[in-house]
Design a protein around this ligand. Structure first.
Ligand SMILES: Nc1ncnc2c1ncn2[C@@H]1O[C@H](COP(=O)(O)OP(=O)(O)OP(=O)(O)O)[C@@H](O)[C@H]1O
Ligand SMILES: [Mg+2]
Length: 348
């Protein structure tokens, strides 16, 4: 895809509306110097001089959607606790419509990272990953029904934290199909096989291997096609970390998309960026190969930043090479095979 084509697509991002449904989280950071060892236990003592919050999970997908300029409605469940309020306010601050159910019987998922001189020393998770009760799932379904008409794409971001239950997933996929809304699914273990009928199913390698109980063979077209059929989705977009991603679609050879990163500082959140860019690009009328190429370029820009990052349309445009992949034939790679530069630095 050349820059002009992307620029044309990006002019449609502002009018595109994406619904994000999934597990909302709060990422909390506590940081400071650690100059001494605790007298109580052989652990460093971190003297806190900085604390900040960031949205995580499905809320980070929403942040990525908003960074691209698209409209976004978010549906998920939050506790009736202080972190739930922080997530709600943060989503509103991003300009996303927060259609969240506040459930007093569960804790908002919070991941607290303690950083000593920039290095993570411990992570403390507070969560209640049990599936939501049927009453809450029904409220979530009703909120989806309220925002899905008129939406141009739906992302389901499942982190196994309980917001997605099989009946809710069935309801949402049926509603999206009835409205011809493309669905991008970022699955985890528990509901992996519940997303049949999704448009783009985007597991990473570890998620797919855990669900299938076998090693992934992303270089083998027959295996990929069987995996696509087994997941029951229209397209399988398997992300492979530093090895990029591979797109399997019915009736054509798989297309390999190289990771385009030149420098790698922090890979966390790269999957969220991919899901958001694919959804926004499809919502704006991109072909899937174009959406995936834009996502690979965006992921490269994201992993070059410190921390969980979002990427702007300008950054995607800057990362495009100007080559039009489909000019090279239908089974050509959708992105140029540019390997990360030697001496890559990966801080995670
Ligand atoms: N180390 C890396 N070097 C270059 N590109 C990377 C690297 N890690 C991720 N990427 C890019 O980001 C995309 C998504 O990454 P990955 O396969 O790790 O997804 P993920 O595990 O779902 O990410 P996360 O869960 O951390 O958000 C990859 O397909 C690739 O384009
Ligand atoms: Mg992921």
């Amino acid at each position: 895809m050349d820059r002009d084509r992307f620029a044309g697509l990006a002019t449609g991002f502002g009018a595109a509306r994406v619904v994000v449904l999934g597990d909302l989280m709060l990422d909390r950071y506590v940081a400071g110097p650690a100059d001494r060892v605790s007298p109580e236990a052989p652990v460093p003592v971190v003297r806190v001089d900085r604390e900040w919050d960031a949205v995580g999970g499905a809320a980070n997908v929403a942040a990525n959607v908003r960074a691209l300029g698209a409209g976004c409605d978010v549906v998920g469940v939050l506790g009736r606790d202080a972190p739930g309020g922080v997530v709600e306010e943060a989503l509103e601050g991003l300009g996303a419509g927060c259609r969240c159910v506040r459930d007093g019987s569960r804790a908002t998922t919070v991941k607290t990272r303690v950083l000593a001189r920039g290095q993570q020393v411990v992570r403390i998770d507070r969560e209640d990953p049990a599936p939501v009760p049927a009453s809450v799932a029904e409220l979530l379904a009703a909120r989806i029904d309220a925002v899905l008409p008129g939406a141009d794409a739906l992302v389901v971001a499942d982190y196994d934290k309980g917001a997605l239950t099989p009946p809710l997933i069935r309801h949402v996929l049926a509603a999206a199909a009835a409205g011809s809304v493309p669905v991008v699914v970022d699955p985890k273990r528990r509901n992996f096989f519940a997303y049949g009928g999704g448009t783009v199913f985007k597991p990473n390698r570890a998620e797919l291997e855990a669900a299938f109980g076998e090693a992934a063979l992303p270089g083998d077209g027959c295996w990929l096609e069987a995996a696509r059929v087994r997941a029951g989705c229209e397209h399988l977009l398997l992300t492979l970390g530093a090895a990029g991603m591979v797109l399997a679609s019915p009736g054509r050879s798989p297309r390999r998309v190289a990771a385009r990163a030149r420098s790698v500082y922090d890979v966390s959140g790269a999957g969220d960026t991919v899901a958001a860019v694919v959804a926004v690009a499809l919502a704006a009328g991109a072909r899937l190969a174009e959406a995936v190429e834009a996502a690979a370029v965006a992921a490269a820009a994201g992993v070059a930043k410190v921390g969980v990052a979002t990427v702007s349309p300008q950054e995607i445009a800057a990362g495009l090479t100007g080559r039009t992949p489909d000019a090279a034939g239908p089974d050509a790679e959708v992105a140029e095979a540019s390997n990360p530069a030697p001496g890559i630095r990966n801080s995670t």
